[in-house]
Design a protein around this ligand. Structure first.
Ligand SMILES: Nc1nc2c(ncn2[C@@H]2O[C@H](COP(=O)(O)OP(=O)(O)OP(=O)(O)O)[C@@H](O)[C@H]2O)c(=O)[nH]1
Length: 319
């Protein structure tokens, strides 16, 4: 079992897709938790849909923990067990908690807790009053840290990130990934839990583990919400990009699968740290919804923010 964690938009699904693309001959089952009410990540995973178990609308490390236990039992009860189970945590989950739950099932052995770190955004994430503690805890849970998006960062920023990470997870192995490429051995070899790569939580007694990042005294998950927008009418691509570039400040992440006027194929879009990317979905992705566009917005948004986003999206629909 491998748990893949890391903050919203850090590059977890990209890592997973790269692994699946390089895994010839290996049977890999994937368990995907997405924070939003629609599991966009499950739709973006490039593998046979019967190898993907979806857990949406909550966070496996707390509110839907029972469903994680059930899903693990479902995999361990299979007649033909997979060679590897990869659990992709939602971007606001605690990978430590997920690994602890997984280790309670004797059918699984923990190979690694791989945590993706968005290098260009790391400093902003660590300084963020709401999510800073959560990002630190995610990093601290890692046996392997994967530095993503170094292609978008200046060399001094990469050095600063490395320095910060050494302080937060001194025992984790560190890899740089361009578009999710890291050695397969990170997923396949059992981490040396007594040695260099083991974080304190694996070596010491299991803690109570409940995700306790606080935002102004309220549990983090109560401060962060998500909402979705669906439409059977396609979008005007440039107008949609314009809307996505002008999101309210409380938005932390947006993603989805959309249909745009004049393009036969579905497009996936990502908004991370103010960057907007809209690109054709690869043909190997199986579960693009038919003609319906599905968009998910995650953040600390007021009802006014949500109403404004909804109005703007409606105005970006193709007439
Ligand atoms: N330039 C660049 N972009 C990357 C890299 N890795 C991932 N991305 C982009 O980052 C965005 C988010 O990547 P995802 O893999 O969906 O991130 P995630 O962590 O699964 O996101 P959530 O599940 O929402 O938390 C996408 O637009 C990716 O193409 C990289 O190495 N370089």
């Amino acid at each position: 079992m491998v748990v893949v964690g890391g903050y919203l938009g850090a590059g977890k699904t990209t890592l997973l897709n790269r692994l699946l693309g390089n895994a010839a001959g290996l049977r890999i089952a994937v368990l995907v938790n997405d924070f939003g009410e629609i599991n966009i990540d499950a739709a973006l995973i490039r593998t046979r849909s019967d190898d993907v178990i979806q857990l949406e609308n909550g966070c496996v490390c707390c509110s839907i923990g029972d469903r994680l236990v059930q899903a693990l039992a479902e995999v361990s009860d299979r007649e033909e067990r997979p060679d590897l189970l990869v659990i992709e945590a939602s971007g606001v989950s605690d990978p430590m908690r997920i690994a602890q739950v997984g280790m309670l099932d004797a059918a699984f052995r923990l190979n690694a807790v791989v945590v993706a770190v968005d290098v260009p955004q790391l400093q902003a994430h660590l300084e963020h009053p709401l999510v800073g503690d959560m990002v630190r805890q995610q990093i601290g849970a890692a046996t392997a840290l994967v530095l993503t998006k170094c292609d978008l960062a200046q060399a001094p920023d990469v050095q600063h990130a490395l320095q910060a990470l050494r302080g937060l997870a001194p025992r984790a192995a560190v890899f740089r990934a361009l578009q999710g490429a890291i050695p397969m051995s990170v997923f396949l070899d059992e981490a040396d839990h007594s040695g260099r790569s083991a974080p304190a939580w694996l070596r010491g007694p299991r803690g109570s583990g409940r995700w306790q990042s606080m935002a102004g005294g309220a549990p983090l998950h109560e401060a962060i919400g998500s909402f979705s927008f669906r439409s059977a009418t396609g979008f005007h691509k440039q107008r949609l990009k314009q809307v996505l570039r002008n999101m309210p400040g409380g938005l932390l992440r947006a993603k989805g699968i959309v249909h745009v006027q004049g393009e036969a194929d579905a497009q996936e879009f990502h908004v991370v740290g103010g960057r907007v990317r809209v690109a054709r979905m690869p043909a190997v992705t199986l579960s693009a919804p038919d003609q319906e566009s599905v968009l998910v917005f995650i953040g600390c948004m007021s009802p006014d923010d949500r109403a404004q986003i909804t109005r703007q999206l409606e105005s970006a629909l193709a007439a």
